[in-house]
Design a protein around this ligand. Structure first.
Ligand code: AMP
Ligand code: ZN
Ligand code: FE
Ligand code: FE
Length: 289
């Protein structure tokens, strides 16, 4: 083994759940790749909400730091019982026409939802303008965190958390439901784009009983490690993955400075799990060709 590469891949670490300004993160791809390098990550995936637009600049920035980059996306989906689930797609062909057309549709849904939510805010006396939100977001895939930041910037709330608590979360005055892909559609979309489908942060959805159904729909993996998973969550999902023959994955879900302190570096998974995902990608692609 050469001196320069004396670390075995078993010691390499990866973070497969990261956001940039292309959705509701605060880092640019350059800033995120620099942070990944600072935390000595060997492989990362960018998983912005309902967009792959940040992937080309992130791939370039990662290449400059010698970091392996995996094209990704976090799809907002809906389970059969109506619960919102997030499905991560890895190794996506980001030029896949069907993928791009579906993402563009759901970006339009997100923009329209911002307008509707701002309208609701206006109805309860909060004089925010949708253009303030769009300007602050500066991306095609805006979300509630952008409305929260606009409310703080305009002085209506002291913090983003207050904005969610008072106005933006479910059952609050400005909340509007969002049209979503079904989980079945999300998994099929990912597979037809040559990718691997992983259920994000299962502990945040409190829908463990849905996981066997997702596995039967073709889900490839479970995100066992996540910033908001406790050690017992990790154990439970690793056991469940084992029983259902699902791969395991993990990431910090860092949104930059959006939620206070950046989470990158807090969750790192051993590189062999990345290799398993890549092998699954090869199987998906050979089955699809
Ligand atoms: P959206 O996709 O527009 O529904 O917004 C979802 C984003 O808002 C996710 O990144 C969440 O992490 C964030 N979010 C959801 N609920 C809250 C909350 N109660 N406080 C702060 N952020 C939240
Ligand atoms: Zn987010
Ligand atoms: Fe999520
Ligand atoms: Fe996320």
């Amino acid at each position: 083994m050469s001196g320069a590469t004396s670390t075995s891949t078993a010691e390499w670490l990866a973070d497969l759940h990261l956001h940039t300004r292309f959705s509701d993160g605060t880092y640019s791809p350059d800033e995120l790749a620099s942070e990944a390098a600072r935390h000595r990550l060997q492989a990362v995936s960018l998983t912005d909400h309902d967009t792959v637009e940040g992937c080309p600049p992130m791939a370039e920035a990662c290449a400059r730091h010698g970091i392996e980059f995996i094209e990704g996306c976090e799809f907002t989906a809906q389970a059969s019982n109506g619960v919102e689930l997030h499905i991560l797609g890895y190794y996506l062909d980001i030029e896949n026409a069907k993928l791009l057309s579906v993402l563009s549709h759901y970006q339009g849904v997100r923009q329209e939802r911002i307008r509707q939510m701002v309208q609701r805010l206006n109805e309860v006396g909060v004089a925010l303008d949708a253009d303030q939100v769009f300007e602050l977001a500066g991306c095609r895939s805006p979300g509630r965190p952008h409305i929260a930041r606009a409310l703080v910037q305009a002085g209506f709330c002291a913090t983003s958390d207050e904005a969610f608590d008072r106005y933006l979360k479910m059952h609050r005055p400005a909340w509007v439901p969002k049209a979503k892909l079904s989980v079945d559609e999300a998994i099929q979309l990912i597979h037809q784009a040559g990718g691997v489908a992983v259920m994000a942060h299962p502990a945040l959805n409190r829908s463990d009983d849905l996981i066997p159904e997702l596995a039967s729909l073709g889900l490839d993996g479970l995100e066992c490690w996540h910033s908001r998973h406790s050690p017992s969550d990790v154990d439970r999902y690793r056991r469940m993955a084992d029983q259902l023959r699902l791969l395991v994955s993990g990431g910090s879900d860092c949104h930059g400075m959006n939620k206070g302190c950046p989470l990158i570096g807090g969750v790192k998974i051993p590189y062999p799990f990345v290799e398993r995902l890549r092998e699954r990608r090869d199987l998906v692609r050979s089955a699809g060709s």
